[in-house]
Design a binder for this molecule. Structure first.
Ligand SMILES: Cc1cc2nc3c(=O)[nH]c(=O)nc-3n(C[C@H](O)[C@H](O)[C@H](O)COP(=O)(O)OP(=O)(O)OC[C@H]3O[C@@H](n4cnc5c(N)ncnc54)[C@H](O)[C@@H]3O)c2cc1C
Length: 292
């Protein structure tokens, strides 16, 4: 199938892109790498009247570290993140996660801004943003908004972005003395996850001083699990882990699809919880202690 007829505008600057979006509202769609937009248009899931191509806006591309803040421009491609020494040094969780996003051909064109704006609940990067406590920076004709990642994802393929705004960058705290964990269950490497977990922790003397657990493919949006609070500041025993798993179970709202039943997703999320906690605390004895 081919996309319905549409008009095309190539934005020449950020201001120009915002002017076009303000003039056309819901009838326009932003084109970044096209790796999710074009398939959706070709399947006629969406039929925008106008495509606003922001691909040439160099001001939205790049990775910068200033003090303890790491800024990633929205048009930075997955492949750039994968190869970046700044990302490897300051956000190793992200580097690990990107390797699981699709395949090289898609990573060569797909962008971080596109992935976050698309907000697929089974996507790796939205959950990483929760685990890393990212701030999403959005620009509209009225100015800039800074949105905490946990407020940004509002539903399946839904975000806090309005149709007249652009996601311009994300900001992360530089990872210092953090431990991280990333794992996803997928049928094949590069497929969307059946269930996944991106986690970042601060560990002091064998206990969690901080723990952020970003689960994906467990509901209509990525989940920053409140169950983590059961594990912070206490000696983690198998019984504590079982309690955290019960709390996690209450937070999950997994969907049924051809990949997995809700029960299977609940089970896999608890397997990941145990694996993640065991890996972050370097306590192999805790692995598989939360799935009962
Ligand atoms: C075969 C295949 C496998 C895939 N596997 C995975 C996977 O395993 N994991 C995964 O996470 N993704 C996967 N994807 C999806 C894809 O990798 C990402 O969704 C994609 O990289 C999005 O980035 P993009 O730049 O291509 O966005 P586009 O396709 O250009 O845009 C996506 C959406 O975001 C909007 N948008 C884009 N940029 C902005 C912006 N700066 N501001 C506001 N709105 C914006 C667009 O209007 C559109 O609605 C897969 C895709 C394919 C085709």
């Amino acid at each position: 199938m081919k996309a319905s007829a549409f008009a095309y505008a190539r934005a020449t600057s950020l201001t120009n892109a915002l002017e076009i979006l303000a003039a056309h509202g819901d009838r326009a769609k932003v084109l970044a790498g096209g790796q999710s937009l074009m398939p959706a248009m070709n399947l006629r899931l969406i039929s925008p009247e106008l495509i606003v191509d922001i691909g040439e806006l160099a001001e939205l591309r790049g990775i910068a570290v200033k003090g303890d803040v790491l800024t990633i421009g929205a048009l930075t491609r997955h492949v750039d993140l994968l190869r970046s020494t700044e990302i490897a040094a300051h956000a190793p969780l992200l580097a690990e996660a990107i390797a699981h996003v699709a395949h090289p051909a898609i990573r060569n064109r797909g962008t971080i801004g596109g992935s976050l704006a698309h907000a697929d609940p089974a996507s790796e990067l939205p959950a990483c943003m929760l685990a890393l406590g990212a701030t999403v920076i959005v620009r509209g004709s009225g100015g800039e908004r800074r949105i905490a990642a946990e407020e940004f994802f509002t539903g399946i393929y839904e975000t806090a972005l309005s149709s007249q705004e652009l996601l311009v960058a994300v900001e992360l705290q530089v990872a210092q003395n953090f431990a991280h964990f990333f794992h996803e269950f997928a049928r094949r490497h590069g497929d969307y996850a059946i269930v996944g977990l991106a986690a970042q922790a601060r560990v002091n003397d064998g206990t969690f001083a901080g723990l952020r657990l970003g689960f994906f493919a467990v509901g209509d949006r990525p989940l920053l699990a409140k169950a983590a609070s059961k594990l912070i500041g206490v000696a983690v025993t198998p019984a504590v882990l079982v309690e955290a798993a019960r709390a996690l179970d209450d937070e999950l709202d997994p969907q049924e699809d051809q990949e997995a039943s809700p029960a299977m997703r609940r089970h896999l999320a608890k397997v990941l919880l145990a694996r993640g906690v065991a890996a972050l605390l370097q306590r192999p004895d805790l692995n598989a202690g939360a799935t009962a």
